[in-house]
Write a protein that binds this ligand. Structure first.
Ligand code: SD4
Length: 331
């Protein structure tokens, strides 16, 4: 067993044994964890950083936490990573030098919260959570989202990380902008999950495409584009060039295809195919989708090769390679 796998198991068991539920014994708790793992809590997230996010989400699920708490806290790990240049405050800025953040989440009942074009807040997904829990709205944007965050105790931290500052200075030399969704430009985290009772939730958070126009919002905070959850069917999330995803309502499309009985894998392939039919530039961009259905089947597919995702299932947490429409060399 790899040390990472051991780590996942240990995290799960330690976290579960720390849970303060007075009515059950230690042995009961251990059985419950094993049962949860065996019965199929599944966590799936985009890119390599998903491995760390999954560990946190599994810990929350194994503690008996709500799916939406697991999704939120999972992606928060990546939002706080000072080395991540596409999620959170260390992300690359837009063309005016501002880091602007997009995030959303959906819970097991179909409730949704979202923030877009938010500056200087470490955990945009947590602001999205408050939009969902405390307001009659789904989405807050820009200055309004910031005021809402500040009123609710969040603090603002502006400025670029050293790495972002350097990349921005380099970009300014040419100021040329051609979004490709290549891994070097992005790696949004979309995390989707099913708990052992078959309830779904998901969260998606990003600083968006590097050097985008000021004010640009991508797919990640758009319910139905970057993320969609319906506990009757399953869930899907997206990464890559958001404009391409928004134009086909990617995640919603995948969930609706699964509702018709199509497997998560085929549904992801259909969504990518839809982009390739409708959008002339598809060979020049990357988009990747992940999906999960009621039966615990997983789907992953992208336009270009190289899309990786983290899959936590049955006590393991592995980095997987998604299949793609194009092969190396853009056929
Ligand atoms: C966006 N979809 O803002 C995001 C970027 C991304 O992986 O996914 N990067 O368009």
């Amino acid at each position: 067993m790899s040390s990472r796998r051991k780590f996942i198991r240990n995290v799960s068991l330690t976290a579960a044994s720390a849970a303060l539920i007075p009515s059950i014994t230690k042995a009961d708790k251990k059985r419950r964890v094993e049962q949860l793992l065996a019965e199929g809590g599944i966590v799936l997230s985009t890119w390599k950083h998903g491995l760390n996010a999954n560990v946190k989400a599994v810990e929350i699920l194994n503690n008996g936490g709500r799916p939406v708490d697991a999704a939120q806290q999972g992606v928060m790990v990546v939002e706080s990573d000072p080395t991540n240049t596409s999620v959170g405050l260390a992300g690359y800025p837009d063309r005016d030098g501002h880091v602007t953040l997009d995030a959303c989440l959906m819970d097991e009942f179909g409730n949704a919260g979202s923030v877009t074009f938010l500056e200087g807040i470490e955990h945009p997904v947590s602001v999205a959570r408050l939009v969902m829990d405390k307001t009659p709205h789904v989405m807050l944007s820009g200055e309004g989202a910031l005021q809402f965050a500040l009123l609710n105790g969040f603090t603002q931290r502006k400025g670029l990380s050293p790495q972002a500052k350097q990349a921005y200075a380099e970009w300014l030399k040419t100021s040329s902008y051609k979004p490709t969704g290549e891994a070097k430009d992005h790696d949004t985290i979309g995390l989707i999950l099913r708990d052992s009772r078959g309830n779904f939730s998901g969260a998606c958070t990003t600083s968006g495409l590097a050097f985008k126009m000021h004010g640009r919002v991508g797919d990640s905070p758009i319910i139905g584009a970057g993320l969609f959850v319906d506990s009757e069917v399953g869930t899907a999330t997206a990464t890559g060039v958001g404009e391409a995803v928004i134009k086909i309502c990617g995640s919603h499309l995948i969930v609706e295809l699964m509702r018709l009985g199509i497997s998560p894998q085929r549904a992801c392939e259909e969504a990518v195919k839809r982009i390739s039919i409708k959008q002339k530039n598809y060979k020049d961009i990357q988009v990747g989708f992940l999906a999960l259905n009621k039966a615990g089947e997983v789907g992953a597919f992208s336009i270009q090769p190289g899309f990786q995702y983290a899959l936590a299932k049955e006590g393991k947490n592995d980095l997987m390679d998604a299949a793609s429409l194009l092969t190396v060399g853009k056929n």
